[in-house]
Ligand binder design. Sequence first.
Ligand code: GAR
Length: 225
Amino acid sequence: MTEAAAALLPVVVLISGGGSNLGALIAEQSRWPYRIVAVISNQPGARGLERARAAGIPAQVLDHRAYPDRAAYDLALAAAIDRHDPGLVALAGFMRILTPAFVARYPGRLLNIHPSLLPKYPGLHTHRRALEAGERAHGASVHFVTAQLDGGPVIMQARLPVLPGDSPETLAARVLVQEHRLYPRTVGWFAQGRLRLGGDGQVQFDGVALGAPLDLNALPAVEQV
Ligand code: GAR
């Protein structure tokens, strides 16, 4: 390994589906000091596996249906992840609830992207629920993962207006574009050492606790690279 490669944060990405966020993380990794060293999917047919292989990244299927229960699966998943010795595990459309034991194994090193402005709309069908509630703004969040589903400390969000006539599909498509900007930057900042989860459960950015999540579309000009 070259010295430059050794300075790059090894990241394992977990997926279940199309992997468009994985695609964004791959596309942006040359701009940031992280490298995706492996992709693991719980779904054999996940299209994201092809994206990984096309980029020369080892891609593995770990089918949850082959395990008797969640605890057994999560143990196998952790073993598969730990073989790559990652500095960060990034969930990118990984549609499984994780056991507390799994989460506890990666304190401050487990990120997730979720298609809502958390704490609003954890769980599924976020776009439909936001429309049904008459929300005027919606978006996506990247957060540190805790044992609570979609409940960990939020690092950064991308907000967008809900437009008249939006359907869950049109809204989802616009949110996804934002997700693809949001996740690589967050992972990149983590790799640069600018982001960490403090012992008090607060997100720290450049050593200062965040009072509220960062807003991707309202970052100071100096960050707009
Ligand atoms: C993304 O919208 C992601 O935020 C969401 O799944 C989609 C995956 O798309 N994740 C969750 O809902 C997690 N609770 P992708 O496979 O194309 O990246």
